[in-house]
Design a protein around this ligand. Sequence first.
Ligand code: ADP
Ligand code: ADP
Length: 580
Amino acid sequence: MMTPEPRLVPPCGDRLVSLLVATEAAAELKAYAARLPSIQLSQRSMCDLELLATGAFSPLEGFMGRKDHQRVLDEMRLASANGHLFPIPVTLPVEARSELHLDADVALRTPTNDLLAILTVEEIYAWDRDEVADKVFASRDLRHPLVVEMLRWGPLNLTGRLQVLRLPARYDFRDLRLDPTAVRARLVAAGHSNVVAFQTRNPLHRVHEELTKRATQTVDGTLLLHPSVGMTRPGDVDHYTRVRTYRALAERYYEPDRIVLSLLPLAMRMAGPREAVWHALIRRNYGANHFVVGRDHASPGVDSTGKPFYGPYDAQELLERHQRELGVAMVPFQELVYLPDEDRYAEVGRIPATTRTAAISGTQVRDEYLNPGRSLPTWFTRPETAEILAETYPPRHRQGVCVWFTGLSGAGKSTTAEVLTSLLLEHGRQVTVLDGDVVRTHLSKGLGFGKEDRDTNILRIGFVASEIVRHGGVAVCAAISPYRATRNEVRQLVGADRFVEVFVNTPLEECERRDAKGMYARARRGEITGWTGIDDPYEAPLHPEITLDTVEHTPEANARWILEHLQAQGFIRSPSVSAT
Ligand code: ADP
Ligand code: ADP
């Protein structure tokens, strides 16, 4: 007996919008675009363009014009498309420019100037940041990632007919990057009319697996595992790592005909309730008629007073009110927790208040497990996920760190750095030494000692150090680095949490007395000018991690002290741990 082909929910507005022009027309348009003024799209606008072009935002047919925008702000509806529900503004904000006028064609390009689309300008209008902040995000607090990002958006929105020549190039996980049409085809092949979509921007742990499996069972359908990989909350685990966890789970822990994994290049707004409704609408376009909303959906965290921007279940309440009209039924979940005594998962509202529960927060995952190199427990996450996370976030003693010596010439930077290097090697770390004098013979050959050249030299050292640190090495830098602002710039470049500034606080008289290279004497005689400490300033650090006294303490004692500091920070394995 043949089973009937499953019938998926139709897209919003009954047809998928497609803005991609036919290949034949594209060549001609491309030549034409070469003569047009260009706009370089932001990462966010590129994601929006891609979802507009493939119909993921159906029935929206382009960046919103003034009327659509206003009604979306006020009523969560478009002015066009029979007032279709649409909770989030999708606009193209730009700076004012004379070439941008009504009826002009403009080329929309990537940040590296590759052509993506041609826009025929039909409307240019000013928008109000505070109004958008109030109505969409319900907050003007700058801790909200979008409220702060909007400060950098141009003051005018552009709209008009869009002809998309090609989608932004994506080379990673090609097999998982499916547009709405392709996802629908996979869902039909999976064989179930009911589809429940799951949105995520985090690695999937056991509670999420449980959540998705329960939801799939409830609707007796297919799970559309649909992670956002465009832009998520700043600080999230990168999507390369996340997708590797999704793939491992989808392959090993779900029934093959009950799951479709696809990546959604969505630039999230972290708008909580409004975002949940938007997520559901988007998933309907991909063929889902059910959508999971748990606790704190699309949450931007807490504001500057420490208060959550949205209540944990506000998103469920808003979607509840609109699900019928949207044609996407919500599958709500309360917070799911683990019950260690019963070895099962349960929603918090369905267990007695006295039941023992266990949970590990994202911060705890890093601070208490990955950084010290502890394995995540299997009740919390699958071993495959634990292993992928451990690769991305190695324990602290395998993460990079920069030790930055600063001080006058002859203070003892190089001498101490040399001892420290031996000790670091003894403790199993890979070290690159960037010594000011040595760097000036290659990387900074030809640079002088004027302020600008000194800064260039330091920033070069800082750049190299930051790359070394990013790849898990120890960068030991020893350069006078006389200017506070430049050292702070390097600190930012490397990452403040892995930058150890060591102030070699040797008094000028002592440096001059040592005068290993005879330079102070020459500077005093006026044979050289611009010598730090004599006729060029040295700005001592205000808050160095470590200050060394080289008059009272030997280079070895000082180096061992720095080593202890690194040990306390976890960058060096302490002896007790190395035994395990
Ligand atoms: P988002 O920021 O879009 O909410 P997440 O990856 O944080 O992305 O969450 C994905 C979904 O899982 C959301 O619907 C969220 O509410 C739900 N969720 C996450 N953790 C839990 C949990 N412990 N209990 C219940 N629901 C959860
Ligand atoms: P810098 O790299 O800061 O210019 P160097 O390390 O090249 O300084 O030179 C410091 C000089 O001071 C060396 O000749 C070193 O032997 C001498 N010195 C004497 N005591 C100390 C000490 N406690 N720490 C570091 N150097 C010292």
